[in-house]
Design a protein around this ligand. Structure first.
Ligand code: FDA
Length: 582
């Protein structure tokens, strides 16, 4: 009887945030229903850069191989080109997404998983199908209409868009993953900062074999600067690889103060031919859409029993490729907490840490993504193509970079500096992996936060300081390599210690039994549970061999102890009670 439809968690939306929430909840055995407005998942490629954090989360879910099999690999991602058209002159080229040999080491050292390029149209079905096979009940064509909350749960009115009838779903908790125009967030009136629709963009998805122009400089992004291409100024277009090298997406700006352009296939083909610089290339237009650039984030992500994730709470341009990655990160942070609270192994206070931990991340990435757009200005200024509508003057500015003169040399220096600034968009490893959470679900160990020795946005700084992401290194199990992230994760708490720290591992077993929580003590050392294959863990752990590092199910450090204590079981129980609000 639909009138009594009840569930533990209702997930609204099946984009990266909702589909991943479903995957995590299903994997953790949490009963839930997903509703989503349309008949299927995303209909255009949109998000694609899949960073290491996301791939390692999929590894934790056991589906990394499938993600990588469907994705364009790391080594085809990074020769990002700036040009006047694909067939025309190249203005500059930078190595992106960690493909510079120097940066590649940073990326390989930081995670068991490399980044890849996976369009949303392929990624969402992978997540949603694994979620469904693990127990999600997914209702397509089902729209959220309204909700009311009381002390025990949330009653959500939904519309079946096939039959046209409305019914109610009663849930203990709601995950609102309904995207950048979130009705849930506006119904709850969550406090928001910033503004929406600050610039307009159009997406043109098309098929065309462009191998001749790109295969020798493989990248996911080709930036095209065209004088006079937009009304009154330089046109900055993006030709983005969807599948190498015959499926593409062009993003092209339009003036948002004017009525939206009435884009036809003919106009789209003309834009494609202009940016490619060759109008003999056969082009098949697959879809056209318009979207707004936003700079908006929620200052609170939760109200009562409703938790908002993804674009619903952070809305920003695609720069840095953070949209879908951050959305998945939100859900990964929330899902294990919901699982514990619903199982009764944590108090409701654990859920307060979701907002405390993720809202600062959302603010950071919204500001970062917008700043990355502004930083394109340095390149345009170096080329002297700003502040004029005169196409010839702009072209002369671009051509001036070849001048055999002091001015030419100065221009070349400025172009180089402007391209280097783009590392903050394309090689921002610290932004991707560097989150250090501060909340009630992290217990301080009395040490100072470790200082950043390199730029915190560009470089990831591994640390076991409580709240930080567990540093990755390779350990050995039966002679095979396993990551610290493989040893931890899997929905459990993990305590890592050394051979002289065995009392900690014994304490972990005791405390797990007392609290009814999955807590897995792992001794690292010769002949122990895992070996320190390259001695990397002893270099990274920042505690003595007889100390310990307590890791949460989401592979963030909950707490650590520098060395032994008199009564490790009661110390560990105290800490876990704090983390779990018990
Ligand atoms: P998303 O918007 O993906 O999903 C929302 C879900 O909620 C959908 O399943 C929808 O059906 C559902 N829904 C909405 N209202 C509902 C209702 N009332 N009831 C039930 N269900 C409802 N990012 C990036 O990194 N690189 C890029 O190139 C781009 N490009 C891009 C282009 C365009 C046109 C857009 C709109 C967005 C991008 N993005 C992007 C952003 C990226 O797509 C975005 O960050 C993620 O999709 C966010 O995932 P969410 O799951 O939060 O929302």
């Amino acid at each position: 009887d639909p009138d009594d439809l009840t569930t533990d968690v209702l997930v609204i939306g099946s984009g990266p945030a909702g589909a991943s929430a479903a995957l995590f909840l299903a994997t953790y055995g949490v009963q839930h229903i997903v509703i989503t407005k349309y008949r299927w998942t995303a209909n255009t490629p949109r998000a694609h850069i899949t960073n290491q954090r996301t791939v390692e989360i999929m590894r934790d879910m056991g589906i990394e191989d499938e993600v990588l099999a469907e994705a364009t690999p790391h080594d085809l991602m990074g020769d990002t080109v700036f040009c006047s058209s694909l067939a025309g002159e190249e203005i500059g080229r930078i190595r992106t997404w960690g493909t510079h040999p120097e940066r590649e080491a940073d990326y390989r050292l930081a995670s068991p998983s490399m980044n890849c390029d996976l369009p949303q149209t392929i990624f969402e079905p992978i997540m949603i199908s694994h979620a469904a096979s693990r127990g999600s009940r997914v209702r397509f064509d089902t729209e959220y209409l309204s909700m009311t909350q009381d002390a025990d749960g949330v009653t959500v009115q939904v519309l079946d868009r096939l039959w046209g009838h409305q019914y109610a779903i009663r849930a203990k908790y709601v995950v609102a993953a309904d995207g950048g125009r979130s009705k849930v967030v506006s119904d709850l009136a969550l406090p928001m900062a910033g503004e929406m629709d600050i610039a307009g963009s159009m997406n043109i998805v098309f098929h065309a074999d462009l191998s001749a122009y790109v295969a020798h400089r493989p990248s996911v992004l080709y930036w095209v600067l065209q004088p006079g291409a937009t009304i009154g100024g330089i046109g900055l277009g993006l030709v983005r690889m969807v599948r190498p090298w015959n499926e593409w997406l062009i993003t092209w700006g339009y003036d948002i103060s004017q009525p939206p352009p009435d884009l036809t296939d003919e106009m789209a083909v003309e834009i494609v031919h202009n940016l490619v610089g060759d109008d003999s290339v056969p082009v098949t237009i697959r879809s056209l859409s318009l979207w707004g650039n936003n700079k908006m984030y929620a200052e609170r992500y939760a109200q009562g029993r409703v938790f908002a994730v993804g674009d619903a709470v952070h809305r920003h341009p695609p720069s840095n490729g953070l949209g879908s990655n951050t959305s998945i990160g939100d859900s990964y942070n929330l899902a294990w907490k919901l699982a514990h609270v619903l199982r009764g192994t944590a108090g409701p206070g654990l859920l307060d840490s979701f907002d405390a931990e993720r809202a600062p991340v959302g603010e950071q990435i919204v500001l970062r993504a917008n700043k990355s757009i502004e930083e394109f200005g340095a390149l345009l200024e170096a080329l002297e193509v700003t502040g004029t509508d005169d196409v010839e003057a702009m072209q002369a500015g671009i051509d001036g970079r070849a001048d055999d003169s002091a001015d030419g040399a100065e221009k070349r220096r400025r172009i180089r500096a402007a391209l280097e600034l783009k590392d903050y968009e394309f090689n921002a490893h610290g932004v991707e992996l560097g989150q250090r959470y501060r909340s009630g679900a992290v217990v301080a160990d009395g040490t100072e936060e470790p200082a950043y020795t390199r730029d915190p946005e560009l470089y990831y700084h591994p640390t076991t300081w409580p709240g930080a992401r567990l540093p990755h290194c390779w350990l050995g199990r039966d002679g095979r390599r396993v990551s610290t992230h493989d040893v931890a994760g899997h929905g459990r708490f993990t305590l890592l210690t050394g051979i002289t720290g065995r009392p900690w591992a014994d304490a972990a077993a005791k405390v797990a039994a007392v609290l009814g929580v999955e807590l897995h003590g792992v001794v690292v050392g010769p002949g122990a549970d895992v070996t320190d294959l390259y001695e990397d863990w002893s270099r990274l752990r920042e505690v003595a061999e007889d100390g310990c590092v307590l890791v949460r199910p989401d592979n963030h450090v909950a707490w650590r102890s520098a060395g032994p204590v008199d009564d490790p079981a009661s110390e560990l129980e105290r800490v876990l009670r704090r983390v779990l609000d018990r």
